[in-house]
Design a protein around this ligand. Structure first.
Ligand code: NAG
Ligand code: NAG
Ligand code: NAG
Ligand code: NAG
Length: 213
């Protein structure tokens, strides 16, 4: 019974966490980079530097923990924390997240990514001598909130846009119970002996959640 309750609690917390999918775009006076997306490119073990590009990539943002995480490349099925390390913006499954907020939006699903309460300090720049030398061709995203950015760095802001509109509209939540139920079978019982009881608990949890939502 203890396991049943904790399973339900786990499912409930997973559903109630304030995580939304967001797309990130460059906002800049510079026409060459304005409107670009941010693309994580693999630069070594568990690290992806962020580059300006044209491919849309869904990031996840947890407004409770203020952790932004990047799309998972297939080789790392872990959360990829957005972090600023030595002025470089990257996503990594091995570094602490740099906490971010979303500010200045003119509607709930749009705004600007901010660190320490400010959306300034971000730059696009080439030739940062990254491990795989992508920055010879592509602009890398770097962060210099106190000046000292490299010569030729282009000042940019990062525009956010929630890609999952349903999370910002409670009246569309009626679609959620089926999502909760269909995700339930993915929870694998820890051992064979308790399998029936556990899957019963999971289904019960999903049904309970469906009623709560
Ligand atoms: C991501 O950052 C959070 C907050 O700093 C931390 O608790 C978590 O362990 C980090 N995750 C990884 C995989 O490093
Ligand atoms: C945010 O501000 C704190 C306090 O000034 C500072 O220590 C920290 O480095 C800042 N974060 C970033 C990512 O620059
Ligand atoms: C979400 O809303 C925006 C406008 O706020 C709209 O442009 C976009 O197409 C919507 N996306 C979906 C998946 O409904
Ligand atoms: C939420 O969705 C409903 C129906 O799809 C719509 O009528 C309503 O205006 C939406 N509310 C907001 C705040 O977008």
């Amino acid at each position: 019974m203890k396991f049943t309750l904790s399973t339900i609690a786990l499912l409930a917390s997973a559903v109630s966490a304030a995580v939304t999918d967001i797309d990130l775009y460059i906002d800049s006076q510079n026409k060459e980079v304005d409107g670009n997306s941010l693309q994580p490119l693999h630069e070594g073990a568990a690290i992806q530097y962020l580059f300006l590009g044209h491919q849309q990539n869904a990031f996840q943002y947890d407004s409770d923990t203020q952790v932004l995480s990047g799309p998972n490349p297939p080789q790392t099925p872990f959360a990829n924390n957005f972090s600023i390390v030595d002025h470089v913006a990257w996503t990594s499954s091995s570094t602490e997240a740099t906490k971010v907020t979303i500010i200045g939006g003119h509607s709930a699903d749009r705004g600007f990514l901010a660190i320490n309460g400010s959306s300034d300090g971000f730059y696009a720049v080439k030739n940062i001598n990254d491990p795989y030398q992508y920055s010879n061709q592509q602009y890398a995203l770097v962060y210099y909130p106190d000046g000292g950015q490299p010569d030729g760095a282009i000042s940019v802001n990062i525009r956010t846009h929630t890609s999952d509109n349903s999370t910002s509209n409670d009246s569309s939540a009626s679609a959620s119970p089926s999502a909760a139920a269909s995700s339930a079978p993915k929870v694998t019982p820890a051992n064979g002996a308790g399998a029936n009881a556990v899957s019963g608990a999971v289904l019960g949890g999903a049904a309970l959640l469906a009623m709560l939502i």
